[in-house]
Ligand binder design. Structure first.
Ligand SMILES: Cc1cc2nc3c(=O)[nH]c(=O)nc-3n(C[C@H](O)[C@H](O)[C@H](O)COP(=O)(O)OP(=O)(O)OC[C@H]3O[C@@H](n4cnc5c(N)ncnc54)[C@H](O)[C@@H]3O)c2cc1C
Length: 377
């Protein structure tokens, strides 16, 4: 919303359009109706080496297929849409910087999620059936009985979008600005959301160390400290790019784009190390453990109870529950969000590297070095 807010303002300034007011009206509507809105950016793309207009199948990037007096008709798909099934609306944005010949791909607009021409193909995830088979014997195998999530491939099959829901239409010179600002806010947000999951991993590590009787071992303490250090580094980046943000001419605040990209670049790495440390601390049983059904089966219950026990005073069932939570966090559903989304969400690592290189201001840094080396320039 912030990125579209800024970009619509800037497009209007250059072209005298009225996108910004339309977008303000849309936000008001969203607030009044308490809508959940899917940030709908990633196109399927096909051959990544080709521009949208060069592709044999033109629908691999969402595009305008018809322009009418009162709106446009769009066709294409958006991949990996988190929470799409439980959203009221899709706020569609282009995924790339576009060239003049890609004008039909330059569309930012809002579509109601229940439009009859929108199709959802639900994403499968590791261990997704655990939620179904755990009900009979309790929720041990579920791993995380409270929260889940989903992604979907969302297909727009000739969806009509009325004019008051269009916030960019063919202004290719502003695609880069929209994508960059959207990515900056999103990369900043990971300094919060991934850190929240990281807190759970740290808590699971400390708890399972208690249950296993290893909490006082110096290497375990050191590994948990390392997990905290990495997680809080991510948090610091999130705070830094937010507090160094500046007011924009449109009146909202934009995060510091360089620091937001540094934040996200760290997010593509540290959660993997934090997960590795949790693997180490937990022991292997979280991937080889018998099921809730074995704990309920009169033939095996006593054996599971006995051989999966940890320290005295902790129920085997609780140790099993914690192991399943760990499995969920580093290999199951939560790992979709914690690991793969950390890598690719808001753009793959190279996307941040490009931005970091562009914003690094190497010339001023070179001058500093030259001055200290007493080299005239
Ligand atoms: C769990 C999850 C949730 C997500 N949620 C959302 C969401 O809610 N909304 C949304 O819009 N998107 C969402 N995304 C999508 C995310 O933004 C993309 O996954 C990301 O932009 C990478 O795109 P891709 O998956 O197509 O991978 P690719 O773009 O295919 O990247 C794979 C690799 O190829 C490289 N590469 C790609 N193109 C080129 C090229 N031209 N030249 C050189 N190298 C190239 C990349 O750098 C990367 O290393 C989500 C992704 C995940 C995994």
């Amino acid at each position: 919303m912030n990125a579209v807010f800024i970009t619509t303002f800037e497009i209007d300034e250059k072209y005298g359009t009225n996108y910004h007011q339309k977008f303000r009206n849309y936000i008001k509507m969203a607030e009044e109706n308490d809508w959940t809105i899917d940030g709908c950016m990633t196109d399927p793309k096909g051959d990544r080496n080709k521009r949208p207009s060069e592709l044999r199948d033109p629908d691999l990037y969402l595009r305008i297929v018809e322009r009418r007096d009162d709106g446009v008709v769009i066709r294409g798909a958006k991949a990996h849409q988190t929470g799409a099934i439980n959203s009221h609306e899709h706020l569609i944005m282009p995924t790339l910087t576009m060239r003049k010949e890609d004008a039909d791909y330059t569309i930012c607009c809002a579509v109601p999620a229940d439009d009859p021409n929108v199709i959802y193909i639900y994403g499968r995830q590791a261990s997704d059936l655990r939620r179904l088979d755990s009900s009979e014997f309790g929720d041990i195998d579920c791993g995380n009985a409270e929260f889940g999530g989903q992604e979907a491939l969302v297909i727009f099959e000739d969806v009509f979008v009325p004019d008051d829901r269009i916030f960019m239409n063919g202004e290719t010179d502003f695609c880069g600005r929209l994508v960059e600002t959207f990515a900056a806010y999103h990369r900043q947000s990971y300094g919060g959301c991934k850190v929240g999951v990281g807190d759970v991993l740290v808590g699971a590590a400390a708890t399972i160390a208690d249950f296993n009787g290893t909490a006082n071992a110096s290497h375990i303490k050191d590994k948990i400290t390392e997990m905290v250090h990495l997680n809080e580094t991510l948090y610091s980046c999130g705070i830094a790019c937010s507090s160094c943000g500046k007011e924009t001419p449109s009146g909202n605040y934009l995060v510091d784009i360089l620091l937001a990209n540094v934040c996200k670049q760290n997010v593509t790495r540290f959660p993997y190390e934090i997960s590795r440390l949790l693997h180490d601390i937990a022991g292997g049983i979280f991937v080889t453990m018998p099921s809730a059904a074995d704990l309920a089966n009169p033939e095996t219950a006593k054996l599971v109870e006995k051989y999966l026990s940890g320290v005295e005073g902790v129920a085997t069932k609780d140790r099993m529950k914690m192991m399943r939570l760990i499995e969920n966090l580093v290999l199951g559903r939560a790992a979709v969000g914690y690991l793969t989304e950390s890598m690719h969400g808001a753009g793959s690592p190279q996307a941040q590297k490009i931005m970091i290189h562009r914003l690094a201001d190497l010339e001023s840094k070179k001058k500093l070095a030259m001055k200290l080396a007493r080299i005239d320039n």
